[in-house]
Structure formats: structure tokens, C-alpha cells
Design a protein around this ligand. Structure first.
Ligand SMILES: Nc1nc2c(c(=O)[nH]1)N[C@H]1C(S)=C(S)[C@@H](COP(=O)(O)O)O[C@H]1N2
Ligand SMILES: [Mo]
Length: 205
């Protein structure tokens, strides 16, 4: 999920100008704004679990300790909020969706879409292809520290190549869906997919 490694000779000169890192209409920020549709839930890891569901079947459910024992990956990536801030080179640690599928032994999920469900009722929908291939993780640490509650701790989805509303905070359940369904913002006028490089902010963009 990091910037692709490009040999010096092939690196575009524009990349060092800074502008090339900014999707259209975005500005750079160095602080980390908090954007939530509701209050920050008070989550104790002792009561917490996370599950992966396919139809009526529970593929896996992990307590905090079990989840912490899964293979860990660290990534450095840029994040882009639809409210127009972009933050460069943020560092996250967690469990990639690829590893989660491996753990439950699901090589080729039969459903092409996934709904993320959160404490507090927030949801967001994603195509499966955007969660695999190292493009998404369930993050539990930010810049080496446990993820702060306001930023989705103990665990949030991280799908940095899409607008940040797709990175569901306080994640509790990932559910495979045979057909795409809109999540919270997607049913309130936001774009169904949300590619920042194509500026897919709102329905119809
Ligand atoms: N559960 C939940 N996840 C959420 C949200 C929310 O309101 N609830 N807001 C989304 C939006 S619109 C954005 S921009 C990011 C903000 O993440 P941050 O507060 O860590 O910057 O979280 C996303 N994930
Ligand atoms: Mo957002």
C-alpha cells in the first residue's frame, strides 16, 4: 500500500513538487482531524470482538487477544478525506484483509462485496477487490501507538486508496454480500465508490 517503488530514472519530476501527491481538490494537513457522525464509543477490549460473516455463516470471530496474535503488517500511506484534507505518509499497523481471509481459509470468497459494521451503527460498503491485494487492513496502531478512541480505537478499517469515510472506525463486523448495498454515507448522497483521484465525492461525480 506504500507508494510503489520506482527507480530514480523513471521517477517523474512532478512527484517531488508535492502537487503530484495531492488528489484533485485536496489540500495538505499535518494535524489529524477527527470526523465522526456520532459520539466516540467507550470500548473496552475485554468486551470487544470482531467477526467475519458470509450470509448466515460466521467465518471467524476473534477476541482482542486472539486478534492481536494474528500476523501483523505495518504500512505507510497517504489518506484523503472527502472534506478535502490529505495527510501524507501516515503509519499504521494491523491485520491485512488478505491475512484475515487466509486465517479463515477462504481463498476465493463467493461474494464480491463487503459491508463494514461498526459500534454505533455506522456502515460502509466496499467491493472485495478493494480489500485484497494488500490494499486494506484492520488497523490497531497508528504511528506505533494503540489507535486512539476518537480515531477508531481499538480497531478500524483502513482503505487508504478510497476517501477516508470508507475507513470505518470502531469496526466490529465485516459481512460479505452477494449484491452491493449502500452504507451510511453512501445512502446519504456520497459516492458509492469514492476514488479520490477521480474526485468521486458525491453521487453523480
Ligand atoms: N464508525 C465510524 N467510522 C467512520 C466515521 C464515522 O462517523 N463512524 N466517519 C468516517 C469519515 S467521514 C471519515 S473522514 C473518517 C475520519 O477518521 P478520523 O476521525 O480518524 O480522521 O472516518 C470515517 N469512519
Ligand atoms: Mo469524511
Amino acid at each position: 500500500m506504500d507508494q510503489p517503488v520506482v527507480s530514480r530514472g523513471f521517477r517523474s519530476k512532478r512527484r517531488t513538487s508535492g502537487a503530484a501527491e495531492l488528489p484533485p481538490g485536496q489540500y495538505l494537513t499535518t494535524d489529524f482531524p477527527v470526523l465522526s457522525a456520532g459520539p466516540t464509543p467507550d470500548i473496552r477490549v475485554a468486551d470487544w470482538n470482531i467477526s467475519l460473516q458470509l450470509g448466515g455463516t460466521l467465518l471467524g470471530r476473534w477476541t482482542w487477544d486472539e486478534f492481536e496474535a494474528l500476523p501483523q503488517t505495518t504500512i505507510k500511506t497517504d489518506i484523503h478525506c472527502v472534506t478535502k484534507w490529505t495527510k501524507l505518509k501516515t503509519v499504521w499497523q494491523g491485520i491485512t484483509f488478505d491475512d484475515l481471509l487466509k486465517v479463515v481459509g477462504l481463498d476465493a470468497p463467493p461474494n464480491a462485496f463487503v459491508m463494514a459494521h461498526c459500534d454505533g451503527g455506522y456502515t460502509t460498503n466496499l467491493p472485495l477487490v478493494d480489500l485484497i491485494g494488500g490494499r486494506a487492513m484492520i488497523a490497531t496502531r497508528y504511528e506505533g501507538l494503540p489507535l486512539a478512541p476518537a480515531h477508531g480505537g481499538p480497531a478500524r478499517l483502513l482503505v487508504p486508496h478510497l476517501y477516508f469515510w470508507k475507513s470505518a472506525k470502531w469496526l466490529r463486523r465485516l459481512r460479505f454480500m452477494p449484491k452491493d448495498e449502500p452504507g451510511f454515507w453512501e445512502s446519504r448522497g456520497y459516492h458509492n465508490y469514492g476514488d479520490p483521484w477521480r474526485e468521486q465525492r458525491y453521487d453523480g461525480d
